[in-house]
Each structure stands twice: as C-alpha cells, then as structure tokens.
Design a protein around this ligand. Sequence first.
Ligand code: AVI
Length: 348
Amino acid sequence: MRASAASKAESKVVSRMSKSALLEFRRSFQPIGDPISHAEFAADVRRGLSKRGQKELYSKYLYDDVGSALFDVITVLPEYGLTRADSRLLRKHAGGLAKRLDYPTLVVELGSGSGSKTRWILSAIAAKNPVTYCPVDVSTLALENCWRELRQLDSVEVVPLAQSYLDGLRQAVQLRPAGSPLLVLFLGSTLGNFNPERAEKFMADVREFMLPGDAFYLSTDLQKEIPRLIAAYDDTIGVTAAFNLNLIARINRELNADFDLSKFAHEARYDSNVNRIEMHLRSLVSQTVAIGGDFKIRLKRGETIWTESSYKFRCEDIAGLARRTGFSCEVQWVDEEWPFAQSLLRAV
Ligand code: AVI
C-alpha cells in the first residue's frame, strides 16, 4: 500500500490493524480470506447428488459471482418484496436503533452482499461516532461492490472479510475496541435458508462471540399468502429460475461436469407443514450427468434436486429462538406492505 495515497480514515485503520498483525488493508479492494475450498465444493456436490432418496445441493453454492449478481436482480423484482421491506424498516428505524445501541464502534454484517441496505444504519451511527464496518460474504464481487459503495460514507471504515459467517465474525471481533458495544447484523432473512436445527445452532454460535449487552439485529421474512410467496420465488421473467439453474452451470464450470441446462426446470413449492418455500431443479428427461470425469449420476424423468429452503416465520418464533440461544428480544418491527420483521436481540 502507498501510505501517501491512503485517506486519513484508511491510514487510521491500517495503523490499528498492523499493530494487531491481523489485516492487510489496501487502497485497492483486497478482502481478507478465501471462503470456498474447491475440494469441499466437489465433496459436497458428490455427497448431495449420490443420496439415495431426495438429491440435494447446499444453497450456499448458489452464490458464486454470477449467482450473487442474479440475486441482486431478484432483490429488485416486483414479486420479491423481502428486500424492499428490509430496506424500508432499516430506513425508518436506523436513527432510533443507533441511539438505543449507543452508537457501536464495530458493526459486523453477516452475508452483507452488496451492503445496500446497511447504508442507513451506518450513516446513523457515523453521524455521532466513527465506526468500523466489517462486511462478511463468500462472494468477493459482492464484497467489492459493498466496499466501493460504503467506504464513501464519512467516518465509516470498511474492512471486507471474504469468509464464512462464523470465521468472519471470529476475525472481526478482534477489531473491537475494549469496552465498546458491538452490533452484528444478519439481514435479508438469510436465517430462513437454514433448517431449524442449524438456525438454532448458528444463533448459539454467534452468541459465543458476543458479550452481554451486545446487539444482534435480525431480519426474517414472515408467513403470508402462499400465492404471494410462490410468485416471489418463481418470477415471471425467470430471474429466479436463472439463479437456480446457475448452480448446475457453476458445477459445469468449476467441477468439469456436463449438465445440460435445457433438460432441467426451476420449481418453487411451499410446504405448509413446515412453512418453507423449497427451490428444486426438476429433470425433464431420464439422463446421466458426468462430473469431473470419474463420477456419474442418474436422474429419472421428473426427479428433482433440492437446492434451497426458505423458512417463513411468525414474530413469536424469533423471540423463542432468541431465548433458547442466549438472547432476549428487545423490540420487533414489522413492515406494513410485505409481512417481514426486524428483531433487535440482546446478548444476555
Ligand atoms: C438470501 N435468501 C434470504 C433468499 C431467500 O429469499 O430465501 C434467497 C433466494 N432464493 C430465491 N430467491 C431468493
């Protein structure tokens, strides 16, 4: 890094970080970390596609650079109300939240994506105190967009972490000045992409990195009319279909497979017993797919590969989850146009 070229704010971060020997921070975008191992991806794909019953792929693999860009488009589709609801709530409550939390000096966002919603809360905090913002995401492209966008805010230092949520959080909390409050953001209803056991374990794991009184601000999509939900996950211009199909296109690109995308169809369905949307890729014919030269899978006509679950909650579900994982639910706000909640949880 050319120190002379660095802004005042960046120089301050650099000196603090070099002391801790933790970070390399460049004026050009350079996130810390290496989120996805090729070997782990290959092993997960093999395991998920060799299952005897329902074949499945982990939804985290939807988010390579192409998938993250497609997801950004999803967030502005008329049918997909979640992101607009999240932004409306944040915009409305950012000032009150910053004050209630006593202007935390470290904000960590798990799964930041391009960070567009976070501007409101960071601006509200930075109006009073300088703040270090650590976006954590597996997509370096999304992180770069986030870094470009939010580093322009006055008194906000952006330290991007290209890591899994918990590894990123582990690293970020080392930047916490002693005695100052921490705010962890988990927006967008990403918790809904975990099954209930994993969601609970994840919350308990996050709690381990926090001190009593720290804040966890959680967004969750709420239960609503099924046709509205189906439309949100099966939009008319096919962006969500492309997002889903990109997962097997990614396997072609990165694991040398020969999925023929024209032989698969996107499907979104709602399971009202467990209140979740499921995304599947349905095989339109009987077919064999080769992955990496030494592995083949057979798919029957009509068989599906399950690629994502998106659980829909009630407000009381979140309060209960919070209690079971070491938090208390201090306040919840619900959007009026698209049932969607933001909950402020305090580590107890
Ligand atoms: C990131 N996550 C909260 C989205 C959701 O709504 O479950 C992912 C998504 N899948 C299809 N559309 C959006």
